[in-house]
Design a protein around this ligand. Structure first.
Ligand code: PLP
Length: 378
């Protein structure tokens, strides 16, 4: 090779790095010398009860199909999702995790030089997808209350082609009030700006239906809504998510996506998971109860400022504790507990952590260790 490979890479891809995420259990095991199965992972906000048993049985039942290609259009799964929400199959696209759809959406509609508006901090893959499409990002910093400044966001839409909104937001666990979201969507529709609304964590919010915009895809032809089987359904390792939008948007995505993007095991598991009402109810009840328990306990830890969460995880300002997020994360890891150090999120100082709600005995252990390290508010 006469030229260095690096000189052949598209210019705007040369400085890209992978995004940091929670749930890196293998890495944590290596760093701490503690076995994976002995680590308690509060860094990834997925269902503490794990995967639905019915979905796992469905996976087993299709083992024999592994030698064949899966249905490239994920037709049965799209039909089940469409029926669940009372929309048409043509309103649904399925992806290899909802992350694939973040990239598919950005890659399908953005060109070099386009501008995309998003909050800071928010889920890091939006920026990754926008940059990989050669477009630029305009960040709108959250206020001191960690809420989206709707007017500032709207002001930036004039220059934009697309906007990303995470509701509730990762890592803050806070909803954008529906009235504000509606104002953004109205202006975006008027300006011809596409809106990518990530509702991956909305299933953990009480009164989910009241806050979801799935029912508005008819009104907002510029709106794409993201959902996932990762969080509530615990199909995390199988990688399956979906998007809901008007038929024109979905038609584009179905044509642009790679073939066979969702494997047969994931499709079969997701079809069953969506209908496993018992598992859903158990999960929601547990989260509701344990969220209240954990909130009380975390508010009692010395130096913690806890934001009241809308989703299944807590966002905590620990600057008064005397530790940075990295220091506390490391201290907890050496005691077998993983939390998310939020320093890698754009726009955050190094004093924020994210902690998922888990099962009672796990939450008890987290609080015990935190109180040992930091003490209790007297
Ligand atoms: C807000 C948000 N959206 C999307 C995703 C992607 O999830 P998945 O690709 O597993 O569906 C995540 C993962 O952490 C997330 O936090």
């Amino acid at each position: 090779m006469k030229k260095p490979i690096s000189s052949l890479v598209k210019e705007y891809l040369r400085t890209l790095k992978p995004c940091v995420h929670g749930g890196e259990v293998l890495d944590a095991a290596v760093k701490s010398g503690i076995k994976c199965e002995d680590l308690l992972d509060f860094s990834s906000s997925v269902n503490p009860l794990g995967t639905s048993k019915k979905a796992l049985l469905a996976v087993e039942a299709v083992f024999s199909q592994v030698a064949a290609y899966p249905d490239s259009a994920s037709t049965e799964l799209r039909e089940v999702i469409a029926k669940h929400y009372g929309v048409a199959v043509e309103n649904i696209v399925v992806g290899n995790g909802s992350t694939e759809l973040v990239y598919l959406f950005a890659g399908s509609f953005l060109s070099e030089g386009d501008l995309v508006v998003m909050a800071a901090p928010t889920f890091g893959e939006y920026e990754g997808a926008v940059r990989r499409a050669g477009a630029d990002v305009c960040f709108v910093r959250l206020g001191d209350d960690q809420l989206l400044d709707v007017d500032a966001f709207i002001a930036k839409l004039v220059e934009a082609k697309m906007a990303f909104i995470c509701n509730p937001n990762n890592p803050t666990s806070l909803l954008v009030p529906s009235e504000g979201l509606e104002r953004i969507l109205d202006v975006a529709l008027e300006l011809g700006v596409l809106v990518f609304l990530d509702e991956d964590f909305l299933e953990f919010v009480e009164e989910e239906q009241k806050f979801s915009f799935i029912g508005r895809i008819g009104k907002y032809s510029n709106l794409f809504i993201l959902r996932s089987f990762t969080k509530l359904f615990g199909l995390t390792g199988l990688r399956v998510g979906y998007g809901i939008a008007n038929k024109e948007i979905i038609d584009v995505l179905m044509r642009v996506k790679i073939p066979w993007n969702v494997n047969c095991l994931a499709q079969a598991a997701a079809v069953v998971a969506l209908g496993d009402v018992d598992h859903l109810k158990k999960t929601r009840d547990l989260i509701c109860e344990e969220k209240a328990y954990l909130q009380k306990g975390l508010e009692g830890v010395r130096g913690f400022r806890v934001y009241a969460p809308d989703a299944n995880f807590f966002f905590i300002d620990i600057r008064e504790s005397g530790f940075t997020a990295a220091e506390l994360t490391q201290k907890l890891l050496m005691r077998g507990i993983m939390i998310r150090d939020c320093s890698s999120f754009k726009g955050l100082e190094p004093y924020y952590i994210r902690v998922a709600v888990k099962r009672h005995e796990e939450n008890v252990q987290l609080l015990r260790v935190l109180e040992e390290i930091l003490g209790k508010v007297i």
